[in-house]
Design a protein. Structure first.
Length: 323
């Protein structure tokens, strides 16, 4: 029996995405990100940005450029999504329509910012679905930015939506929405990991994602020169807060994020050995290196191999068949 059937029957099969989500807002940066993705492979996703990337009055031209790039030959892996404007922006639906008309079948996902509630999310997804379906695409993957207090209050309901694959924490807007009650220092390290309200938001988002098998994507690090800060933030996001994905806003951040989230070769080898032994024993309990393992630990090691696969890391030959 395949591990996904044996280990997750009756449960949410956890979604797995590339560990790094790299944002690019201008044509120059978009093209550079596509070149970098070609160089190192589909180990990271790219999100082309309409919300902050489009100049006022040039939203339609910006959307056309994004759709053309996603549909073009430089998009080798179909791991490029788009963040559109928020639903209250006058050009929101225009951007959705233009991009879907040009590239619906090659869009990796649509990221929706500043959602305030489940009801609003459902309305916005309906608009995205209508334009995607008009271009022959059904079931467009949706990623939701949790950056308002309303969205945080309904984060479990939002994560439950079947079309949502990931939630991202928008720390800047979230802190700003408290109108000075949270200091600016909480937007960056180390304050972002210590302020109680910000910690609570991070933990609620991660918990909601894991409750429904969705991907928790950590907020951006504004430090772009000192990569040790990026590495530290990514490591803390994963080990202390349960995130499995993180934003990048500069090419210097991509590799440190990938390295921080990737399982080590020792973890991969251990997971492979345990799961192969478990499968050979029809998923009954086993002993490995003097320790007992059963389906609970098998599920953990299954996610280790899934993360390794998403990171395009080498797997032992005997483990490749498990995936």
């Amino acid at each position: 029996m395949h591990p996904s059937e044996a280990l997750f029957r009756g449960q949410h099969l956890p979604a797995v995405l590339q560990a790094c989500d790299h944002y690019a807002g201008t044509e120059k940066l978009m093209r550079k990100s596509l070149v970098l993705q070609q160089e190192i492979g589909p180990r990271f996703d790219i999100t082309f940005d309409c919300e902050d990337g489009a100049a006022t009055g040039a939203e339609a031209t910006h959307a056309e450029m994004i759709g053309t790039l996603i549909a073009g030959s430089d998009n080798h892996f179909d791991r490029v999504g788009v963040r559109v404007q928020d639903a209250r922006h006058p050009c929101f639906e225009q951007s959705v329509r233009i991009i879907c008309s040009l590239a619906a079948n090659r869009l990796a996902y649509v990221a929706l910012p500043k959602i305030n509630s489940l009801a609003e999310l459902e309305q916005v997804i309906a608009i995205v679905n209508r334009h995607a379906q008009n271009s022959g695409r059904a079931g467009m993957p949706i990623q939701v930015l949790i950056e308002t207090q309303g969205a945080l209050a309904e984060v479990f309901a939002i994560a439950r939506h079947p079309q949502v694959q990931a939630l991202s924490f928008g720390i800047m807007d979230f802190v700003s929405s408290h109108y000075g009650a949270i200091p600016a220092a909480a937007m960056r390290s180390p304050g972002q990991f210590s302020h109680p309200l910000v910690r609570r938001a991070k933990l609620e988002i991660a918990a909601a994602c894991h409750a429904f098998g969705k991907v928790a994507s950590h907020n951006v690090t504004t430090e772009i020169n000192d990569t040790s800060v990026v590495t530290e933030d990514a490591t803390r996001a994963m080990h202390e807060f349960g995130y499995t994905r993180m934003w990048s806003i500069h090419p210097n951040q991509i590799r440190p994020i990938l390295a921080a989230f990737a399982p080590s070769s020792a973890e991969i080898n251990e997971a492979s050995a345990i799961l192969c032994n478990a499968q050979a024993n029809c998923w009954a309990p086993i002993q490995h290196n003097g320790k007992l393992h059963d389906r609970a630990s098998y599920r953990y090691y299954w996610t280790v191999l899934q993360r390794a696969k998403a990171s395009n890391l080498p797997l032992p030959d005997f483990a490749a068949g498990l995936l």
